[in-house]
Design a protein. Structure first.
Length: 348
């Protein structure tokens, strides 16, 4: 029975493309009170950062995050791997290292066989083993769509926390992974993704962003985040807003998965790409002649995407070398921060 199951048929969206659109999320959270009165809460909700960080003592702060979504692929084991990798990325994006995880499981028990659910969990466990941590518990519910993810708990030195709102004018922007995962998922949903495309999709979405722990120890890495559902433009705008700076994004330098590039040129895109643009397009200056498919790529929702780093120019090559040492051969300089209103200016 399991061989005939396509997990994506049970979900209305997949991966980080399931996220609530940025503009709607900001409206929902508009009345959330500020988290004042907690001096040891180093990172809360105020900067739309990747995780919460709470100082335990002078040497340790705990990182807490959660992430879960519906299937982006049909294979249960691969779905579990992608979801777990994506969830742990938030800990690395804060400059920390994971300690343990809790599983979040929602499954349509009347539609999925037990073996398929077991394989989803096994995929997540495999990723956590690779990260050197246990899944120490969790919670499960009977849900109408398959949902899987993790609560991630990590540690970081309080002085090495990498927020997304500490970029400085003149900083170089470095992206650790190529974009295009959303485009590949759109083709997969239609049954039109090639074997090479699926291979590229798995390779990038199951690569742990472990490099973030080393980058956290570099004082001249000023800000960091990971690129997920709000796409490269959306997460760069979060850096801009929080840091009260503008950014220049050099489109030709942005790495793109080769199969995704070809598919994007043929018109493949997700609905989430358009929702993203509708949410923040007014904060982006595009070249007049930029084709629509290129704009959609910059709004393409990433699942388990790369780290976006804002660092001093003099350490840019060192940061790139750290990425390469950890196996991120496609890491590239994609722009810089500038003294300007919080918006992104795309150049070609």
């Amino acid at each position: 029975m399991e061989d005939n199951i396509r997990l994506t048929q049970f979900s209305h969206g997949g991966g980080c493309g399931c996220k609530i659109a940025p503009a709607i999320l900001r409206e929902i959270l508009a009345r959330t009170p500020p988290m004042g009165g907690y001096p040891d809460l180093l990172v809360g909700t105020e900067s739309s950062d990747d995780a919460a960080v709470y100082r335990l003592n002078a040497e340790q702060a705990v990182i807490a995050t959660t992430d879960f979504f519906m299937p982006i692929v049909d294979d249960p084991y691969d779905f579990g791997r992608i979801a777990a990798t994506n969830a742990l990325s938030d800990i690395y994006a804060m400059g920390g290292r994971p300690l343990f995880a809790l599983a979040l499981v929602g499954m349509p028990i009347d539609k999925l066989p037990v073996d398929a659910i077991q394989r989803i969990l096994a995929g997540g466990e495999a990723v956590c083993r690779a990260a050197g941590i246990p899944i120490a518990g969790g919670h499960s519910i009977d849900a109408p769509e398959p949902i899987y993810g993790l609560v991630g708990i990590g540690l970081v030195h309080p002085e090495q926390v990498k927020r997304n709102d500490r970029a400085r004018a003149g900083d170089v922007l470095i992206l650790g992974k190529p974009i295009g995962v959303g485009v590949l998922s759109a083709a997969l949903k239609k049954g039109e993704l090639s074997a090479l495309g699926y291979e590229q999709m798995l390779a990038t979405t199951t690569r742990l962003n472990t490099v973030g722990t080393r980058l956290g120890q570099m004082a001249q890495v000023h800000a960091m985040t990971d690129v997920t559902g709000f796409a490269l433009l959306g997460h760069l705008l979060e850096i801009c807003r929080g840091s009260r700076l503008g950014a220049v994004l050099d489109y030709p330098s942005v790495p793109v998965l080769s199969v995704a590039l070809e598919l994007a040129q043929r018109g493949y895109a997700t609905g989430a790409a358009e929702r993203n643009w509708a949410s923040y397009g007014h904060e982006v200056a595009l070249p007049a002649a930029m084709p629509e498919w290129q704009r959609k790529l910059l709004c393409d929702p990433q699942t388990s995407g790369g780290l976006l780093v804002s660092c001093a120019e003099e350490v840019a090559e060192e940061v790139l070398q750290v990425f390469r040492d950890e196996g991120f051969e496609g890491a590239a300089v994609v722009g810089r921060m500038e003294e300007a209103a919080p918006r992104v200016r795309v150049v070609v």
